[in-house]
Write a protein that binds this ligand. Structure first.
Ligand code: HQG
Length: 182
């Protein structure tokens, strides 16, 4: 499969598995899982999207640059590993973060972030990364990236919970201003 097709399938899967499964009449369970057979049928019923097959799904799950999607152990279900706007219970284990984590944003959000800290906005969590480089990529989606350093070790000591998604994105509920280095 070529890169362009894989990317467009990934974008479409992000839409239906993170934000609006109803676009194709799909139902996710409370843990965010969709039935693979149902997903394939409903993608194909939609018409405009390229043909979906089990092989295409396998390829995208396996080769996706950020490993955004995962199959259940028996491969009958699929879900997004993070990034949801709809409410799902991923049952992620709490993990102790390193001293610092990073968040990529853009300058137009700075005033607000300085007032209210990092908020989850439309998603289920605030997304942080282990590497500055990843945060730079995240910020670049919106313009010139601005990297905030988060004192995650101190937050954790103060009782804030951190989770690591299956694809290694750090998640937390909020980051108050006092833990952010601008
Ligand atoms: C900003 C991608 C104003 C925040 C990435 C960000 C990530 C505030 C935007 C994942 C704010 C939310 C998530 C506040 C935060 N006031 N703006 N108080 N607090 N913001 O897309 O972290 O490629 O929901 O800085 O790689 O950008 O889709 O979050 O700019 O892991 O798999 O509000 O999405 O993953 O934007 O990105 P998002 P994000 P995928």
């Amino acid at each position: 499969m070529n890169e362009k097709t894989a990317k467009s399938v990934s974008k479409f899967l992000s839409l239906v598995l993170r934000h609006s499964p109803e676009t194709i009449g799909l139902k996710l369970d409370e843990n965010g899982w969709a039935d693979v057979e149902e997903l394939i049928i409903k993608c194909n019923n939609r018409g405009s999207q390229n043909q979906m097959t089990a092989e295409i799904l396998d390829y995208v799950v396996e080769n996706n640059d950020k490993k955004r999607f995962a199959f259940s152990e028996d491969k009958t279900k699929i879900r997004a590993s993070q990034g949801h706007s709809i409410s799902v219970e991923l049952h992620l284990a709490e993990v102790q973060p390193s001293e610092f984590l990073y968040h990529g944003t853009v300058s137009k959000f700075l005033d607000n972030i300085k007032k209210e800290g990092l908020q989850k906005m439309s998603r289920q969590h605030v997304h942080l990364s282990q590497e500055k480089e990843t945060a730079t990529k995240v910020g670049s989606r919106r313009g010139i990236p601005l990297i905030l350093t988060i004192r995650s070790g101190e937050m954790h000591k103060d009782g804030f919970k951190f989770y690591l998604s299956e694809n290694n994105v750090w998640l937390t509920d909020e980051v108050p201003v006092k833990y952010i280095e601008f």
